[in-house]
Design a protein around this ligand. Structure first.
Ligand SMILES: C[S@@+](CC[C@H](N)C(=O)[O-])C[C@H]1O[C@@H](n2cnc3c(N)ncnc32)[C@H](O)[C@@H]1O
Length: 313
């Protein structure tokens, strides 16, 4: 991503969660912060980009209803279903992990994730850490302050460019405690990092937290990233859109190999859902009209070996 700009994809996914929470018929999330955290200037710029892509004859009518235009554009984005289902999946898995004793929650590439500011009662005691690129985190902190939120009581921010610093080193700069059961989420990020950075982050997760700690992350099937790969039109448009926003997809995982890659890092794969399976699970009746991008996967894993901290405890 552009080192000076907040992630545009993070702003868009935040708007998607708010749109879903407020306007879809059977919401899977209750994220009413998602749009408050996004500056009006960003909404205006997103609308303008949609208008710029329309035939001139249709622009005037569309421009008269910008909120509807933006909602339509976000809903038709190939990432929409994945953004909603992965957020719900991660929060369900986090709740179960807290019930089993997890006391720390690390959100890697948090973007405008609002979990810490709308804490459900079951998460009252959780220590939450948000790791993100400094430019994105700075905008989020400004927006939280503008909304009157004292974020320091809810979350510890760790600014880190994970293309230049390892996850382990970023965590070591915080009050994160390696001996405590931890839940990690890593949503919408792996595609923007190199394969090496992703494998390094997996190894850091496994070695930073005790056995039983968990991770939910998502990835795109790497076959769909090869030049000339045959993919659905909507996914192809998504690849071009993120690329022109300065956040090109850099890497994916091979679903046939992900279990072994996790195992090599010290993680046991518990579940791997492709986009079709995620939509079938979370939009059973089709009420929300979620349209899957099958190439988007949600994976759930557990630290499968004792961390050095625990072994020496
Ligand atoms: C698509 S957004 C996802 C945000 C959030 N997790 C969500 O699901 O809405 C991608 C996130 O990855 C972060 N990111 C991208 N490249 C990064 C890097 N090199 N180091 C740290 N964070 C990065 C961006 O700042 C952004 O918050």
């Amino acid at each position: 991503m552009n080192p000076l700009d907040a992630s545009r994809t993070a702003l868009a996914t935040s708007l998607m969660r708010a749109l879903h929470s407020r306007h879809d018929p059977a919401p899977l999330l209750d994220d009413h912060w998602g749009d408050r955290l996004v500056p009006d200037t960003v909404r205006t710029a997103l609308c303008q980009r949609v208008l710029d892509g329309m035939p001139p004859t249709a622009r005037a009518e569309a421009a008269a209803a910008p909120a509807e235009l933006l909602a339509q554009s976000l809903r038709s984005n190939a990432a929409y279903a994945d953004v909603i289902t992965r957020a719900r999946y991660a929060e369900d898995a986090l709740k179960a992990a807290v019930e089993r004793g997890a006391t720390q929650y690390v959100i890697i590439g948090a973007g405008f994730d609002s979990f810490a500011y709308r804490r459900p009662i079951w998460a009252a005691e959780l220590n939450v850490y948000e790791i993100d690129h400094p430019a994105t985190q700075e905008m989020k902190r400004q927006r939280l302050a503008a909304c009157g939120v004292d974020a320091s009581v809810s979350v510890e921010f760790i600014a880190a460019d994970l293309s230049a610093e390892t996850l382990g080193s970023a965590l070591a700069r915080s009050s994160f405690q390696p001996g405590r059961w931890t839940f990690f989420s890593w949503l919408g990020v792996t595609m923007y990092l190199t394969r090496e950075a992703n494998l390094s982050a997996l190894a850091a997760i496994a070695s930073s937290a005790p056995e039983g700690s968990e991770l939910v992350f998502n990835y795109v099937d790497q076959d769909t990233l090869h030049p000339g790969a045959l993919v659905a039109e909507a996914f192809s448009q998504l690849k071009s859109a993120v690329s022109s926003a300065g956040e090109a997809f850099l890497s994916g995982f091979d679903p046939a190999e992900v279990r072994e890659q996790l195992q090599a890092a010290g993680l046991l794969l518990l579940e791997d859902l492709n986009g079709d399976q995620a939509v079938a699970r979370y939009d059973v009746s089709g009420l929300n009209g979620l349209r899957s991008a099958a190439a988007a996967h949600i994976a759930h894993a557990r630290v499968a070996r004792p961390s050095p901290a625990r072994m020496s405890a």
